[in-house]
Structures are given as structure tokens and as C-alpha cells.
Write a protein that binds this ligand. Structure first.
Ligand code: PEP
Length: 250
């Protein structure tokens, strides 16, 4: 599928202070060439209101890193879809491997979280990807296939869903999948979802995540089925991140 426009999403994880968010994003935006890539910034919850006013002026999208599967009520420490919408969020990351690893119940909550976020009008950046052991054993595709069937097959349409393939062995390790390894898995994901959703998955974007840097983003995104990147560590460094974003405008 041709890339009409790439997506570059930044996952800040639990980094930076709210007071640092706006100056940091302003610096990025000064050098951001809005041509071939849409930018989605996903800071910690507390930073969202600080960026939402800025978002309107500058035209980047604002995302959260997690969401509750419930509407409202007695869920101490949780953040609802309405709360995210209220501070200007348009996107939410669901199923990040760090959350799956931290919370033994996360996997079982993912299908509901996705349906709920979509029903509220949020775009979902859904993360999947295999651990090192599965890659070594050569069963990475069946691992990802199981994730897709468990997490997505209850949906009726994928038009507001973005998939991020993030092999766990490449996250925060400095070890990037080769562009061929990533392309092979992206094609597999696309075909798997096409066979289930047919035309309802037609415009699906599939991002790659895992130690993306300015010096490997171009090579990764030269592949037909890689529609952008989800960036962790390098999204915290102004020059690296600008390098990644603008590499789509070469
Ligand atoms: C991530 O956590 O989504 C990620 C891709 O991290 P990093 O870029 O640091 O590997």
C-alpha cells in the first residue's frame, strides 16, 4: 500500500516534567517541516493540558500512553476517555509491551480498552510485538498473530486504528530490527488483518517501533509496508527527534 502520509509518534514514557513539555515541543515545531509526516506527541498524563493549547496553534496531534476501559467511577488512579478528550487528546497508545509486562491483567483488558477508546472517537495506536525468545525460536509470526486475533478480531472496522509493531527485543535496547525483518512482519500483519477485515482495513497504517533513531528511520520507512515510526528514547532528544521527523521530507 502506498504511504499517503507517514506518522511519527513520540512515546515519552515517564520522562520530562510538565513545565519542560511546552518548550521542548516548541523547539521541535520550529524545525518541523509539515509535509510528509503527521506528528503525534504522547507525553505523561500530567503534561497533556500543558500541550493542548499549543497543539491547536501548531497542528500536531496529542496522545496519551494508556486509558481506562471504564467510563467513570471508582477506579482509583485511572484516566478515562472523556478526560483525555477534555484535554485535547486525539490519540491513545494501547497495549505497549511495558504496560503488558507491568500489569498481569493488561493483556485481558486490551480488547475492551480498544473498543472503548474507539467508541469515544480516539484514534488508537495499538502495540504488538514478540519477545526475543520467540524471535530466536522462529515463531515470531505466530506470536504476533495470536496478539492480533486476541486484541483486534472483535472490532468491526479498523479505520481509526494504527498498528505499531514493536519487537520487545528492540525496545530501548539500541537493537533495531533490520528494515527487511520489519517489512516482513508488517506485511504479515497487513495480510492477517486484510484476511479478517477485508476493505475495512484498507487504509491501515503500520508503524515500526524499537530503537528508531535519525540514522535508521529513512531506511526503515523506505519499505512499502512501514508507514511511520513510534519512537521512545530518541523522542526525548530534540536533535534526534527532529532528524527523524524531517527524514520523511527528503
Ligand atoms: C517504545 O517504547 O515505544 C519505543 C519504541 O522505545 P525506543 O524507541 O526507546 O526503543
Amino acid at each position: 500500500m502506498p504511504h499517503s502520509k507517514y506518522i511519527v509518534a513520540a512515546n515519552w514514557k515517564m520522562n520530562k516534567l510538565a513545565s519542560q513539555a511546552k518548550p521542548f515541543v516548541s523547539e521541535i515545531l520550529m524545525s518541523y517541516i509539515r509535509k510528509n509526516a503527521d506528528l503525534v506527541i504522547c507525553p505523561p498524563y500530567t503534561h497533556l493540558p500543558h500541550l493542548s493549547a499549543n497543539k491547536i496553534i501548531s497542528g500536531f496531534y496529542l496522545g496519551a500512553q494508556n486509558i481506562s476501559e471504564f467510563e467513570s467511577g471508582a477506579y482509583t488512579g485511572e484516566i478515562s476517555a472523556d478526560m483525555l478528550l477534555d484535554v485535547g487528546c486525539t490519540h491513545v497508545i494501547i497495549g505497549h509491551s511495558e504496560r503488558r509486562a507491568m500489569n498481569p491483567f493488561e493483556n485481558s483488558m486490551i480488547p475492551n480498552k480498544i473498543s472503548f477508546a474507539l467508541s469515544k472517537g480516539l484514534k488508537v495506536i495499538y502495540c504488538c510485538g514478540e519477545p526475543l525468545e520467540n524471535r530466536i525460536n522462529g515463531n515470531e509470526k505466530s506470536y504476533v498473530h495470536d496478539q492480533l486475533t486476541h486484541d483486534l478480531y472483535h472490532l468491526s472496522d479498523l479505520s481509526q486504528l494504527i498498528v505499531a509493531y514493536e519487537p520487545i527485543w528492540a525496545i530501548g535496547t539500541g537493537k533495531t530490527a533490520t528494515s527487511d525483518q520489519a517489512e516482513e512482519m508488517h506485511l504479515f500483519i497487513r495480510k492477517t488483518l486484510q484476511s479478517k477485515f477485508d476493505k475495512r482495513s484498507e487504509n491501515l497504517k503500520i508503524l515500526y517501533g524499537g530503537s528508531v533513531k535519525a540514522n535508521n528511520s529513512i531506511e526503515l520507512c523506505s519499505k512499502e509496508n512501514i508507514d511511520g515510526v513510534l519512537v521512545g528514547g530518541a523522542s526525548l532528544i530534540v536533535d534526534e527527534f527532529i532528524g527523524i521527523v524531517n527524514s520523511f521530507n527528503q
